[in-house]
Write a protein that binds this ligand. Structure first.
Ligand code: C2O
Ligand code: CU
Length: 464
């Protein structure tokens, strides 16, 4: 619980603008119950968008009327509400990736909530307990719906954060388009059985290498979310001093320079970048993985230098995630492996018709418990350690819904005790992830390479 000092309050008021301080801040001050927040309207629609020189792409999906889905802003510890209205000819839901919501707000169809059909709506309401960078996406027919555009960044603000001079949010994703700018088949089975099917057009905020102005000599908070269905990135910043300050919505215990830092689908990177002093100097955020490195986005120094220093930046407040009781923890062995190819698998909610992958030797049928049992039943309030082992020759970003884990150790590298919801496990790696099962309900655990998720690498825990 944040102590509301006068200084914090002034900061919060300034951040909120003259329009004023949030209703719930007043409530905290006066003890009066907070008013229900106005819901953010997120309406899915089918649009045309310019993603390539060749001309507008048809059947792009977004939330809103045009352009990329909006950056949704929330405040740590304050109630948030959104109404999903489905304007497309395909049932959908919203999953708030990384936010520890109550189970019924988690957006997994059948297991948790009904489909939202065209013309229908669903109201989401929760209070985000953690500050940081998160994202939102459907959990239905996910390969097509997210592949066609339904991915947006979430910023959960914390009024106690250190002061930056500007902030940039970047949604990183690819598109599978042909030369004519139109969508081509979303996946190829032979690739789904390997690293996944890559997009052909790479974008940041739906643009090829966008440029943003930032105050010269100032400190920029850059928030990047990898919302692509397949691609793993290796990040570097050129042209400025930069430090990783948070990963997957949680502050890193020890800041470090992003030197080919690998992150996969679902993960988020937060950087503090100290802009150069000279007006017009260019800083680039690059992906250096693989044979085709790419400049993802650039920042341009603008105006007279603010002469800030990266070292003056105070720490980010840790999120209120319960400490794992390592000695008393239950163990959950979890082996990721390949399975026989071309076994046709029936799953609901966007089946791809194959199973290529398995968790503990079971190729899971998809986003439904029926007729499968959970991977494990967990006792509410108890600590657990997932002993996860990657027996495949590919990397997998494994995502847990509803609870945050702490990275305890890895067999192949030195790891910081990062708090996260997604761990990118490398081939032949064994890792220990500790968490407290403090959120009751059914929680998916799956690979966020969506083709892997949809061809066997999905399971779930039940916390009771
Ligand atoms: Cu980002 Cu199960 O999801
Ligand atoms: Cu995978």
């Amino acid at each position: 619980m944040t102590v509301l000092t006068r200084r914090n309050l002034l900061k919060a008021t300034a951040a909120a603008g003259l329009a004023g301080i949030g209703a719930s801040t007043i409530a905290r001050l006066t003890g009066v119950a907070a008013a229900r927040p106005e819901p953010v309207i997120l309406k899915t629609s089918n649009i045309e968008a310019k993603l390539m020189e060749a001309g507008p792409t048809r059947n792009v999906l977004t939330y809103g009327e045009a352009g990329p889905p909006p950056v949704v802003r929330m405040r740590k510890g304050e109630p948030f509400a959104a109404r999903l209205i489905n304007g497309i000819d395909d049932p959908t839901t919203i999953h708030w990736h990384g936010i520890r919501v109550p189970n019924k707000m988690d957006g997994v169809p059948f297991m948790i909530q009904p489909y939202v059909y065209q013309g229908d709506h669903f109201d989401y309401a929760f209070t985000p307990p953690d500050a940081g960078t998160f994202w939102y996406h459907p959990h239905c027919n996910t390969l097509t719906q997210t592949g066609h555009g339904l991915t947006g960044v979430i910023v959960v603000e914390n009024p106690n954060d250190p002061e930056f001079d500007s902030e940039v949010a970047i949604n990183l994703r690819d598109w599978r388009l042909g030369d004519d700018g139109q969508f081509i088949e979303q996946f190829r089975p032979r690739d789904a059985a390997r690293a996944g099917t890559y997009g052909t057009v790479r974008t940041a905020n739906w643009l090829d290498q966008p440029q943003y102005d930032a105050p010269a000599g100032g400190l920029v908070r850059l928030r990047a979310a990898i919302t692509d269905v397949t691609r793993i990135y290796a990040f570097r910043v050129d042209g400025a001093e930069a430090a990783v300050i948070a990963l997957d919505g949680n502050p890193v215990p020890q800041r470090f320079a992003p030197d080919a830092l690998q992150l996969g689908p679902g993960q988020r990177l937060e950087l503090a970048i100290r802009m150069p002093d000279d007006e017009g100097a260019i800083v680039s955020l690059r992906d250096v993985r693989g044979t085709k490195p790419k400049i993802l986005a650039t920042l341009r120094s603008a105006g007279k230098s603010l002469k800030r220093d990266l070292r003056d930046l105070g720490p980010l407040e840790a999120n209120p995630v319960a400490e794992v009781d390592i000695a008393g923890a239950g163990r959950i062995p979890l082996a990721l492996s390949a399975t026989a190819e071309n076994v046709s698998a029936d799953s609901i909610c966007g089946t791809l018709g194959y199973s290529f992958w398995a968790i503990n030797k079971v190729p899971w049928p998809g986003d439904t418990p029926d007729p499968t049992a959970p991977l494990a039943e967990l006792k509410l309030g108890k600590s657990y350690i997932i002993d996860m082992e990657n027996l495949t020759p590919h990397s997998h970003p494994i995502h847990l819904h509803g609870m945050s884990f702490k990275v305890l150790s890895s067999s192949t590298r030195q790891v910081q005790p990062l708090v996260s919801d997604t761990y990118l496990i490398q081939p032949d790696e064994k890792v220990q992830l500790g968490f407290v099962a403090d959120n009751p309900g059914v929680w998916l655990l799956h690979c966020h390479i969506i083709e892997h998720q949809k061809t066997g690498m999905t399971s779930y825990f039940r916390v009771v």
